[in-house]
Design a protein around this ligand. Structure first.
Ligand SMILES: [Cu+2]
Length: 426
């Protein structure tokens, strides 16, 4: 385990329920637990006793060896979101592996070619298991990481509680037809809770909520957004309010200028999610905010495969031919044939059209893709792209990772009720 002094101090200060994990071998054990979430003790599901599960930290170039030891009374699978792993390590029922039954184990092993902010979560009955707490941060540090005083994970999570203040386990299917299961409690779970004025921070912000989009507004920091969905931006962006749909991430490097507050301002809200207490002052760094080194990617050229993906269904939308509430190209759930069957290293371009009355966030496994802007220029690399109601966006990628890969809405209530397809690379 590679914990430097700065991180060791940060772990002590934050009194984490679940210490960070790293090193040559890790075990993740999902179990039924009772734990503190958003200031309440609740029966949840947790990896290694906590919600979220432990932060996992590796260095770029390491090989991750992670044993899933299923302590649930139900099936378990882990998906390594955003990491370009070999297909049989992707943790997807039907497409890549069998469900791990209670009491059984599965050993995941994959090389970490990309640095960045990723996360891990259940991919079995995920709308329920993730909402009950089966998720955590997965950090791959750069070989030569930028100098910061504190490297902090921030996980935006919401919880639906019933009238008695208990976890609402009704899973009302009516919610599947709209924006999904939105919690009535919102929180930001930080791996550290105090800093000094003048400190340089790296915030690794992750949205593991199953259906909720946040618009994160941060005060008390001056700096830049340096990565989206784990992938460094060629040109860091101004630190403005950021939309984070379920599964999306963003990395911020910034200096503390005052009390740090994280607020959700999505759709007219103005809700405090979390904060960092400022306990002292130090002289701030004079170094400019760095640009992170790029991960190795092949730039897409002229597409070999061009296709269209129409998002359909939900409340108020025209009928479709699928059997579920939601459909992609008139099919609900995985179709018998993949959307694209590509040869390795071919380029795909998918035009995604959202014909529904709700936003959706489409996630491709095993690859990152570029969003294309309206003039057709390559936008940032992402593994999940957010489409507003009625919006159309094209994405393009070189499909260089062999296997069968899911492409689905990461609003997990929508995925559970039809919004999933797949593609193959051979
Ligand atoms: Cu959706």
């Amino acid at each position: 385990m590679k914990v430097n002094r700065r991180q060791a101090l940060s772990l002590l200060a934050a009194c984490l329920a679940t210490p960070a994990l790293g090193g040559s071998r890790i075990t993740l054990r999902p179990e039924e637990i009772v734990t503190q979430v958003a200031g309440r003790r609740l029966p949840m599901l947790g990896f290694n006793g906590g919600v979220p599960g432990p932060d996992i930290r590796f260095r770029q170039g390491d090989t991750a060896q992670i044993r899933l030891d299923n302590g649930l009374n139900d099936g378990a699978l882990v998906h390594w979101h955003g990491l370009r792993v070999p297909n049989r390590m992707d943790g997807v029922n039907v497409l890549t592996q069998d469900v791990v039954i209670p009491g059984e184990r599965f050993d995941y092993r994959f090389d970490l070619a990309d640095a960045g902010t990723y996360w891990y979560h259940s991919h079995y009955l995920s709308y329920e298991q993730v909402s009950r707490g089966l998720f955590g941060a997965f950090i791959v540090e750069e070989r030569d990481p930028p100098a910061v005083d504190h490297d902090i994970t921030v996980q935006l999570f919401d919880l639906l509680l019933d009238a008695d203040g208990q976890y609402d386990d009704s899973f009302d299917p009516a919610r599947f037809a709209t924006e999904g299961r939105l919690g009535n409690i919102k929180t930001a779970i930080l791996s550290r809770n105090s800093v000094q004025q003048g400190d340089r921070l790296r915030l690794r912000i992750i949205n593991p909520s199953i259906d909720r989009i946040y618009r994160l507004s941060v005060t008390g920091l001056a700096g830049k957004i340096v990565a989206l969905d784990g992938m460094p931006l060629e040109v860091p962006q101004a630190l403005a309010p950021m939309a984070l749909a379920p599964s999306q991430r963003c990395d911020v490097i910034a200096d503390v200028t005052g009390p740090v507050a994280l607020r959700d301002t999505y759709d007219g809200a103005n809700d405090l999610l979390g904060h960092l207490t400022v306990t002292g002052t130090r002289s701030p760094s004079t170094a400019p905010i760095p640009t992170l080194p790029p991960n190795r990617m092949t730039r897409p050229g002229t597409p070999d495969h061009t296709t269209r993906l129409v998002l359909q269904g939900g409340a108020g939308a025209p009928a479709h031919r699928g059997t579920g509430t939601w459909a992609l190209n008139d099919v609900s759930g995985l179709p018998s044939r993949p959307l694209i069957a590509a040869k390795r290293s071919q380029t795909m371009r998918i035009e995604i059209e959202n014909r529904t009355g709700f936003p959706h966030v489409m996630h491709l496994h095993g690859h990152h893709f570029h969003e294309l802007d309206t003039s057709g220029d390559l936008g940032p690399l992402r593994d999940s792209t957010l489409l507003a109601a009625g919006e159309t966006r094209a994405i393009t990628a070189v499909l260089d990772n062999p296997g069968a890969w899911m492409l689905h809405c990461h609003m997990l209530s929508h995925q559970a009720d039809g919004m999933a397809t797949w593609l193959t690379v051979s």
